[in-house]
Ligand binder design. Structure first.
Ligand code: ZN
Length: 411
């Protein structure tokens, strides 16, 4: 993607400021970089990437790029996989984030007449509060539930006539199934679902949409870059619009670090354009996506990235072939008689990889016929032989958190 002159000026100004700051994160990171010599997009593309490990090393407040009195809040990514990352925000950062989030709601046609039930968590991480400040700026009525307590969720949904549900895909599915099970769908006023924080398949989307009777929208974001709200899908369900006045996106080959041609799948790399508390330059998200060419039919002038295809670290190599979870979703979409829920087990026995796909079959399907079709589709689309096993609806675990679906038992 071509960088605009405004974006270049914003980035350059930021680099000059950050590298001039004594003992700052980027003064250290860009040691030896001739800042004056950065005169074009291609010079910018030679700058080193910023990695999550750099952010962890800066724990707790090494990323802070303004004086203490300008910081109004911090957020932190969960520390389940190591030292957490702490991101300080200025008042301006908090306002900018809310503005982007408001734009996301507007992109989905949500207005100040809506009642927005927020189920992502509140606290150190960015989910709940991001959904809330954006909704308040929009002028909608917020029902700040946070996660869990399904009884209360459904009760509030009925009594307060919530029109918008914000949730992870797995929690939306859990709620949808529960509403169907209790037979209370007629009492629910939901019209739209804003689904964030994990990659999810087309089939799961259709199930949630059908069971809840709503239109669904994808929202994207990560704690390191504000939080959710930096990209959003529209009515046309063709990728997500992202906000080029706040962020600059690149798509790179995760192996070589080089830009991939527009339209090809690669890793999303983000540079913040206006962030004060903890600006990031060329931050590697490890999310796989691609730029979508052309203008969107919805008329929104902001460009689009595709819905997430997977994580660079979810990329698994089986029998020498790279597989993305998104490809499994595609196959399940094509197969008849199966739901969107699946688990994959990979083992190594007698010197070779064995991949077993467990998938939920709709009631009354001929299991062996479905298994044969899945094996055929894997061979035809991905090029490897697998074992397939169809189980009953509800037999695979549901979760209120990000679902783990691939279990690699080889190492
Ligand atoms: Zn659009």
């Amino acid at each position: 993607m071509k960088m605009t002159q405004t974006q270049f000026d914003q980035i350059k100004e930021q680099i000059v400021r950050l590298t001039a700051m004594d003992r700052s994160f980027y003064q250290k990171k860009f040691e030896g970089v001739d800042v004056d010599a950065i005169r074009s997009q291609s010079d910018f593309e030679k700058l080193p990437f910023t990695n999550k490990s750099d952010l962890r090393e800066a724990y707790p407040l090494g990323l802070q790029a303004v004086p203490d009195e300008e910081i109004v809040r911090i957020h932190s990514s969960s520390g389940t996989t190591g030292t957490p990352v702490v991101i300080p925000y200025t008042r301006q950062d908090v306002q900018d984030w809310a503005e982007m989030f408001k734009r996301c709601y507007e992109t989905a046609g949500i207005t100040n007449r809506d009642r927005i039930q927020i189920t992502p968590g509140y606290g150190l991480w960015t989910a709940g509060i991001g959904f809330q400040t954006g909704a308040e700026l929009l002028g909608a009525m917020v029902v700040p539930m946070g996660p869990g307590n399904t009884d209360k969720q459904i009760q509030m949904m009925k009594d307060l006539k919530s029109t918008v549900l914000c949730a992870t895909s797995s929690y939306a599915l859990l709620l949808a199934e529960e509403i169907t099970r209790r037979g209370v769908r007629e009492e629910i006023c939901l019209k739209k679902g804003v689904i964030g924080s994990e990659r999810w398949g087309e089939k799961m989307r259709r199930r949630i949409a059908k069971e809840l009777g709503v239109a669904l929208y994808d929202i994207y974001g990560l704690t390191e870059i504000y939080g959710p709200g930096i990209a959003m899908s529209c009515d046309y369900e063709c990728g997500m619009h992202y906000w080029t006045d706040y962020l600059y996106f690149e798509i790179i080959d995760p192996k070589t670090g080089e830009q991939v041609p527009d339209g090809e799948i690669g890793e999303l790399v983000i540079t913040t354009l206006r962030k004060q508390g903890a600006p990031l330059i060329r931050y590697r998200t490890h999310d796989l996506t691609r730029f979508l060419p052309g203008e969107c039919k919805c008329g929104n002038p902001y460009p689009r990235i595709d819905t997430l295809i997977g994580r660079t670290d979810d990329m698994i190599k089986v029998k020498g072939v790279n597989i993305f979870p998104g490809q499994i979703d595609e196959i399940l979409k094509e197969a008849e008689g199966v739901s969107s829920e699946y688990q994959v087990m990979i083992d190594h026995l007698n010197g070779r990889d064995i991949m077993t796909l467990f998938v939920e079959g709709e009631s009354g399907v001929d299991k062996s016929k479905v298994e044969t079709e899945l094996k055929y589709l894997f061979k035809a689309r991905i090029g490897i032989a697998i074992a397939a096993q169809v189980v009953g609806i509800g037999d695979l675990p549901r979760s209120e958190k990000k679902s783990t679906r691939i279990f690699d038992n080889r190492y």
